[in-house]
Every structure is written in structure tokens, then in C-alpha cells.
Write a protein that binds this ligand. Structure first.
Ligand SMILES: [Zn+2]
Length: 397
């Protein structure tokens, strides 16, 4: 089969085209329903290639679900009702309309990636070892490590290239010229090699559409750098997508600024202050709970064998300390139930001499309680009123 004419190669800004259908076949997909795979003589749709997801849009008025390339032949997959798909016969013409906003965003991000990878290569000698451009993320991998200051510097230099508004050229050099040319992703490829050049910044073998000038990228942001053993994965965003992200981030900053009553430039200080206050409050609550436990324990007659108490509100640690303090003074079962009749209680029961699992078993059997533990201590939760719980416990004691 003859290779598809790639209109996007020479006309990356084209939005519509008309091509002749050379091949059409229908198939059923479990998820997407009825689909038609179409090969045209030409196309503006960039297929899934080189880590980039395929273009979207419509072909013959039907949504394009996928675009794949194999040995230079590009296949478009469209979905739609059977009668519409059946009309797509070889020999007929079909109009393609590109989702150009999405394509332009892809061009901004792909060109931005070339600038970063080119600079990483010229400044540090690291090769690009991976690239992924989808609707959700843009990542690039390079074979080395950079520290945060180097990454900040890289981001600044990449944006300087944007400000200089350099022309981005895509061309197929003669094999003789190509042989002596220095460019990234150089490997033995049969047939013509497309070289994308940003003068003085990068030259790379690449099949994807790019913006005409670096200024159209708008902005290049490095969002995240994850160190692998031998490489680093950068998550980046360029252009419109970077702007949308920054707007969303600014909304978050504004919300935190409002909550902390601090100016945007000092929200970290505001949050730090709140955390400190929270830590102090926790410390004071802990001290108060210890005091309450002490007083409550003192108030119970020493000769009492079993002790069961309900507390409306108490932290886990205090509840445990409470039970420990009680078992030190009373030989029977000592249980502290925290909660109320509506929401139920979480309990801890301890004993120095008896098997507490008897009690948790009883609560489970009579009240559907959850939980368990060791002979010396059980814990769990139980629904029911305090009165009911006491009645169940009293029957056992
Ligand atoms: Zn590329």
C-alpha cells in the first residue's frame, strides 16, 4: 500500500482537508461500539507516534477515535451509526476537520520539550531517553540528574528561548548533508529523516508538528522532577495548558491566603503559624486529659472490683491511659466507653487478672459490637445506649 501523504508535515497549521478514501473496514468494539477504519490518500491527522497521542477531530462528520501509523500508512478510526459508517466507501471523498485547539496545545508542548531537551543536552550532555505527551501529562526523561538550582536555571534559559521568538524549521536534508549533521535521536533509519531545528538551541529527528516560532509556546514550566536510578523524569507544561494550571494554582493560593489572613506571598508562613498553634493546642488538651483521668480515678472507691465509665469526648491515648490507671487499682474489669447514645461508643477494657475477651465476646453477642484483643486488653466499638451496655455488662458480673 502506498504511504499516506502527511499534510501535517508541511502544513502544521492546517485545520481542514479533503482526501479520498482508499480503504474502509467496519468492526465492532466492546466499549466503543461500531467503528470504521479508514485509510485516505492524505491526512492532516497526526497519528500516535513518538510518545504523542493522536490528533482528534471529525472525518466525514464522524468523531475520530484513533489514528495509527504503520509503515507509513495512516489509519483513522471513526465511530458512528451503522448507516453513516456504511457510506464510507473506497473512492469517495471525506472531509477532515481537526480539533485544532488541542493540536496547537500539543505543538506548544512538543516544541517546549525540544527546547528543554536541547538545552539539557548542550548544557549537561544528557540524552533524552523518553517523551510522553497526552491530554493529562507531558513528561520527558533524560539520562542524568540535575539539582533544583540547575532545574530552575534550565527553566529560565528555556523561557529565554521563547522570548527570542526563534524560527522552528522542519526539513528533510539530503542524505549526504544528513550524514555529517549533528542532531539528537540520531539513528539508522531507512528513508528520509525529518530534522526539526531551533537555531542555536536544538536539532532533533522528529516526525511531529511544531509551532512556527518559539514565541508561540508562550511559557515553559517544569512542574516536577522525579529522580530515577540513572535518569530523571520531568513533568512539564507549556503554553495554554501551563496558563490554565497557573490560574488554578493561583486560585488555591488565594483560598489559602484568605483562610490564613495572609498576603499571597506569605501563605507558607501563615500555614506554619497555624500548625504551631495546632501543636500547642494538642499539647494543652493532652495535659488537661491527663488531669481529668487522674481526678476521675481518684473519685472511684478503691474497694470497687469492676469499673465501667462513659466519657463523652476523650482522645484515644487518654482513654488508654485511663484504662491503665484503673487496672492498676481495681482487680476486676475496667472499661472506658467514649461516645454517646446516638453515635455509639468506642471502648477499651482492661484487666490485671481476668480475660477481657469474655467481655468483648459478650458485647459482640448481645449488641453486635466490633473489636477484640488480648486477654489483658480489648478494644472496639459498640452501638447502643449506655443503659443497655451497662445492663449487658451487669448480667455477666
Ligand atoms: Zn519531537
Amino acid at each position: 500500500m502506498t504511504q499516506t501523504i502527511r499534510l501535517y508535515d508541511t502544513d502544521p497549521y492546517g485545520r481542514t482537508f479533503t482526501g479520498t478514501i482508499l480503504e474502509a473496514s467496519l468492526r465492532k468494539d466492546k466499549k466503543q461500539g461500531l467503528l470504521a477504519d479508514l485509510v485516505l490518500d492524505r491526512t492532516l491527522f497526526f497519528p500516535e507516534e513518538g510518545g504523542q497521542t493522536p490528533d482528534r477531530g471529525t472525518l466525514a462528520g464522524l468523531p475520530v477515535a484513533d489514528v495509527q501509523i504503520r509503515e507509513g500508512v495512516i489509519t483513522h478510526t471513526v465511530s458512528g451509526p451503522e448507516e453513516a459508517l456504511a457510506r464510507l466507501l473506497p473512492g469517495t471523498q471525506a472531509e477532515g476537520i481537526l480539533d485544532f485547539d488541542r493540536r496547537f496545545s500539543n505543538m506548544q508542548n512538543h516544541s517546549g520539550e525540544h527546547i528543554l531537551s536541547g538545552l539539557i543536552h548542550s548544557m549537561y550532555g544528557f540524552e533524552n531517553v523518553g517523551f510522553r505527551l497526552s491530554d493529562n501529562t507531558v513528561t520527558l526523561d533524560f539520562g542524568g540528574h540535575l539539582d533544583p538550582d540547575q532545574l530552575k536555571d534550565l527553566e529560565q534559559k528555556a523561557n529565554e528561548v521563547v522570548y527570542r521568538n526563534l524560527e522552528i524549521r522542519a526539513e528533510y536534508p539530503d542524505p549526504e548533508v544528513l550524514k555529517d549533521l549533528s542532531y539528537r535521536s540520531k539513528m539508522e533509519i531507512d528513508g528520509p529523516v525529518r530534522i526539526v531545528t531551533i537555531p542555536g538551541v536544538d536539532a532533533c529527528a522528529c516526525c511531529a508538528p511544531h509551532v512556527r516560532r518559539t514565541g508561540e509556546i508562550g511559557v515553559i514550566r517544569i512542574l516536577k522532577a522525579v529522580r530515577e536510578r540513572l535518569s530523571t523524569r520531568l513533568t512539564i507544561l507549556c503554553g495554554r495548558r501551563a496558563l490554565l494550571l497557573m490560574q488554578a494554582q493561583l486560585d488555591q493560593i488565594e483560598a489559602v491566603s484568605h483562610l490564613t489572613s495572609r498576603g499571597q506571598e506569605e501563605i507558607a508562613e501563615g500555614v506554619r503559624h497555624l500548625l504551631e498553634e495546632n501543636e500547642n493546642a494538642r499539647y494543652r488538651i493532652g495535659a488537661l486529659e491527663r488531669k481529668i483521668v487522674e481526678m476521675r480515678v481518684m473519685g472511684i472507691p478503691r474497694e470497687q472490683v469492676n469499673v465501667f465509665l462513659a466519657e463523652e469526648d476523650m482522645g484515644n491515648l487518654a482513654q488508654r491511659n485511663f484504662v491503665n490507671a484503673l487496672t492498676g487499682q481495681h482487680p476486676g474489669y475496667c472499661g472506658v466507653f467514649v461516645g454517646n447514645d446516638t453515635d455509639g461508643y468506642r471502648y477499651i477494657i482492661g484487666s490485671a487478672f481476668r480475660d477481657c475477651r469474655t467481655i468483648s465476646g459478650l458485647l459482640r453477642q448481645e449488641l453486635g459490637a466490633r473489636g477484640g484483643g488480648k486477654p489483658e486488653m480489648v478494644q472496639g466499638s459498640v452501638a447502643g445506649s449506655w443503659e443497655e451496655i451497662l445492663r449487658v455488662l451487669a448480667a455477666q458480673l
